[in-house]
Design a protein around this ligand. Structure first.
Ligand code: FA5
Length: 344
């Protein structure tokens, strides 16, 4: 009996002090298994009287029960502690700042193009496209610039062969759109895209640049519609206070033709280096579609009229963002590009 109680005390102490499930399992095997001290003590039963054996049996069962219960309770405690430890080690601190993702920025020319597209789509225009490698026919002939026309010199051309060229402006898309419409209006399109000229590169000129063409054809279109549209464009791109001024000009494909100036947003029209002290900055060419062009492109000029404009996108971006050299747009220099952060 003393031996049993000694075994119990020793087992309960060891169970109490045990710190891992593995150790606890070893204790279970040791104290409750066949080769443990309990079994060894039981062997002495054969020398006992019947009464002694009965009470010894009772006590040994009780000891076994107590050890089992102690092990079960300890197991629960250890499992809980283990789980808590695991949770602690796997805890995620969602308040920690994340690693910043290196986001690219939208190219300033794309920003201007997208802004223009949004503005004109809002006014019911759709976006038209045309090829950059264009035929002389669309780029010049249908724009009322037959071979030998002196105004062809206004646009120094990169020819691929006698009849194929890199488009010098987005105006051939006017002809393509009108011919597609087969003489039936209305037409309301803009066409942003790349254009090419044999110009010497300098701070404001590039051999490849971007334009945005605009064309509206319908009945009863007047110069007032053109002016209202361009005024809205100027205010949207450069601010509510902007005004526009139309100066007579010449383009073979529009009659009358105008150069459009915008009041300088840098000096509010007072005069500064940006506007060469005139208070105005030239921004685009425009006019009423020449009846000859309408006719060549399948529209009856007695029924339909239209206006058209051609905006230099680099020029708009340079004015809007205060960029002083057109080459910045094409250099891919990240110090330049990173200044234009994404709106989103
Ligand atoms: C034209 O190209 C006409 N097609 C515009 C037009 C369309 C007039 C419809 C009437 C009706 P112009 O050659 O002026 O026009 O060019 C228009 C704009 O393109 C210029 O105001 C300028 O901003 C830009 N541009 C012209 N050449 C270059 C160049 N080498 N580099 C950068 N921008 C240029």
């Amino acid at each position: 009996m003393d031996e049993l109680l000694k075994i119990k005390e020793e087992a309960l102490t060891k169970i109490h002090d045990c710190i891992s499930l593995k150790e606890l399992n070893d204790l279970r095997v040791f104290y409750l298994g066949k080769k443990g001290p309990m079994q060894a003590a039981m062997k002495s039963m054969k020398d006992m009287s019947k009464e002694e054996r009965a009470s010894f049996g009772q006590v040994s069962n009780k000891v076994k029960q107590e050890i089992t219960q102690a092990i079960d309770e300890k197991k629960l405690t250890l499992e809980e502690a283990e789980m808590n430890e695991k949770l602690k080690s796997e805890k995620i601190d969602i308040t920690l700042p994340s690693n910043a993702l290196a986001l690219g920025s939208i190219h300033p020319l794309s920003m201007i193009r997208e802004e223009l597209e949004e503005l004109f789509i809002g006014m019911g225009y759709s976006i038209a496209e045309g090829p950059e490698v264009e035929s002389d026919h669309y780029n010049f002939e249908l724009m009322n610039l037959p071979k030998g026309h002196p105004a062809r010199d206004m646009q120094d051309t990169l020819y691929i062969d006698e009849n194929t060229l890199m488009r010098t402006h987005t105006s051939p898309v006017q002809a393509r759109t009108m011919l597609d419409a087969k003489g039936k209006g209305p037409i309301k399109i803009i066409c942003p895209g790349k254009t090419y000229r044999r110009d010497d590169d300098d701070a404001t000129h590039s051999h490849q640049f971007s334009q945005c063409e605009g064309l509206v054809i319908d009945k009863n279109i007047t110069m007032a519609d053109l002016k209202g549209t361009l005024e809205l464009f100027a205010k949207q791109m450069f601010g509510e206070k902007r005004e526009i001024r139309l100066r007579p000009s010449y383009f073979p494909f529009t009659e009358p033709s105008v150069e459009v100036d915008i009041s300088c947003h840098n000096c509010e029209g007072k005069g500064c280096p940006m506007c060469k002290y005139t208070g105005w900055i030239e921004i685009l060419g425009a006019g009423m579609v020449n009846p000859k062009v309408l006719e060549m492109c399948g529209f009856d000029p007695d029924v339909y009229q239209g206006f058209a404009f051609g905006i230099g996108l680099e020029r708009v971006a340079m004015l809007k963002y205060g960029i002083d050299n057109i080459r910045n747009f094409y250099s891919g220099d990240l110090r330049f590009l990173n200044q234009f952060t994404r709106k989103d």
